[in-house]
Design a protein around this ligand. Structure first.
Ligand code: MLC
Ligand code: AMP
Length: 463
């Protein structure tokens, strides 16, 4: 079955699908608007298989357009509305979409057209990830890939139509789009949308919700709020965390203050959400849990396919129906990531304990996880290196209690910190802009010439 047809099976027309501020959409209204959206897309010449890029703020219109594109058999390509023009251009250049939508089209007068019948193997959504080259890589996900993930999570986390999800994540990533929003839609549940996370607004709305999903920074910030302990969380049945490691101390403090043990899970754009702590049973701080139904995990000696023993750190490989089948137009990157027999080399180092629960130990490459967003050093280094007065640059992460890691840049040359900051702000989304700059006479290198990131200066004050 196609993604849209499966999602809508349990929709009750009068039940609220999404609410944002004063705007409310019932499932009946959502269905109508999606049909209007499909008619508009058809009028623009969008046919099955066409790529439609959508760069819109987080409003219910975004959701309508996504469902319209997917149910028309076309490919939905979301672009971060806060990305810079250069970043947007790079994605457009890479995917050459048939249509780029940057303003909400007015579609209500159009007569709806029926949903297309889609091949489950056809591409439904294309997400973007950067990678070691710094250039955007399109991650095509089929109807089947997405459904496998969302259906698995619905069962594992006990979603039902009576759930009310508080949704404060961005919607151009796996976490906000699939795990949170498609989870709610598959269950026929209600989602309350905020455009971005603020502790005040979350604590105001949590009393009428049952599910909340966040990156670790959300929990760290909630813990710092004086009202967390006095907020009525009696309706809440599930808090989940993912996209970056949740500090065990934050996990424990949250349990102590609220009585709720956060359920941590692990995933990646290319593979979906694949490991999770149990809904019933211990949710162990610092562990991401067990493979979800249908998924397989193995931990191997890096570079080999030989399994390591329990408690030994190795490279995490994942296989299963939510794993993608290759990057858009990047055969070499695909060959490096996808091994024989469909195993995905995640790039995450992990160990398994005797119960089978997995702990993520860190990344093998230099990926920086800041606030749950990925920053690939090469992308930032390329921008900084182009500035006058910069000889060489190394971008690296430093621990940060709030964001997990912050982006730092060490450079050689006489460029000023403010010039570098300005250049980075012009070219890059806010979360990629280095917070700290260190000028060095030379970058520390090992005998083979590789920059030794561990030898780069730490921040003067880290929490
Ligand atoms: C925040 N920033 C953004 C942004 N959100 N930049 C571009 N696009 C966005 N959507 C910028 C801020 O402007 C700021 O830059 C910088 O990030 C750090 O932010 P801050 O000022 O400390 O905080 P804040 O703006 O409050 O943002 C923190 C945050 C945000 C935690 C709310 O980082 C966030 O929403 N994170 C969620 C990430 C996410 O959904 N990841 C899922 C990936 S999927 P400046 O220049 O203004 O200082 C995945 C798979 C899986 O990983 O397993 O889930
Ligand atoms: P993305 O490419 O944006 O999907 O990010 C995927 C990466 O996020 C993974 O490869 C991990 O490094 C990281 N990640 C996701 N969930 C967790 C988690 N619970 N703990 C640690 N890292 C995580």
């Amino acid at each position: 079955m196609s993604l849209f047809e499966t999602l809508r099976q349990d929709w009750k027309p009068d039940h609220i699908a999404v609410q944002m501020g004063d705007e409310t959409l019932t499932y009946g209204e959502l269905t109508d608007r999606v049909a209007h959206g499909r008619a508009w897309l058809a009028q623009q010449g969008v046919r099955p298989g066409a790529v439609v890029a959508v760069r819109l703020p987080k409003t219910p219109d975004f959701l309508v357009l996504m469902l319209a594109v997917v149910s028309a058999g076309a490919v939905f390509l979301p672009i971060n509305p806060r990305s810079t023009q250069a970043e947007t251009n790079a994605i457009v250049q890479d995917s050459q979409p048939f249509l780029v939508i940057q303003e909400v089209p007015f579609v209500s007068h159009l007569r709806g057209v029926p949903a297309a019948i889609c091949d489950p193997e056809a591409e439904a959504v294309r997400l973007t990830t950067s990678g070691t080259t710094g250039r955007p890589k399109g991650v095509p996900l089929s109807h089947r890939n997405i459904l496998a993930m969302v259906q698995g999570l619905n069962t594992a986390w006990g979603w039902s139509a009576s759930d009310v999800l508080l949704h404060t994540l961005p919607v151009h990533h796996v976490h906000g789009l699939f795990v949170a929003q498609l989870g709610a839609l598959l269950a026929g549940a209600t989602a309350i949308w905020h455009d971005g996370f603020t502790s005040d607004a979350v604590l105001r709305d949590l009393p009428r919700c049952t599910v909340f999903m966040g990156v670790p920074t959300f929990y760290h910030r909630l813990l710092a709020h004086p009202d967390l302990g006095s907020t009525d969380l009696s309706n809440m049945r599930l808090f989940t965390s993912g996209s970056a490691p949740l500090q065990a101390s934050d996990h424990e403090a949250f349990s102590a203050v609220t009585g709720h043990a956060i359920l941590e899970r692990y995933g990646m754009t290319e593979i979906g959400i694949v490991l999770s702590n149990p809904l019933d049973g211990p949710r162990v701080p610092g562990r991401v849990g067990y493979p979800l139904p249908g998924m397989r995990a193995r931990i191997v000696v890096p570079g080999l396919e030989e399994h390591v023993d329990d408690d030994v750190v190795g490279m995490l490989h994942i296989k299963g129906p939510s794993v993608f089948s290759g990057y858009h137009d990047r055969p070499e990157a695909t060959a490096a990531a996808l091994l024989d027999h469909g195993w995905m080399r995640t790039g995450d180092l992990a160990r398994r304990d005797e119960t089978g629960s997995i702990q993520i130990v860190g990344r093998q490459d230099h990926l920086i996880l800041t606030g749950g967003f990925n920053v690939y050093p090469m992308e930032v280094e390329t921008v900084l290196c182009e500035q006058p007065g910069v000889g060489e640059v190394c971008v690296y992460g430093q621990p940060d209690a709030d964001l997990g890691q912050v982006v730092c840049a060490a450079y050689v040359g006489d460029a000023s910190e403010s010039d570098l900051r300005t250049a980075a702000r012009l070219a890059l989304s806010g979360y990629k802009v280095p917070r700290h700059y260190v000028r060095l006479s030379a970058l520390p290198r090992n005998p083979t010439g590789k920059v030794m990131r561990a030898a780069l200066p730490p921040l003067p004050h880290t929490d």
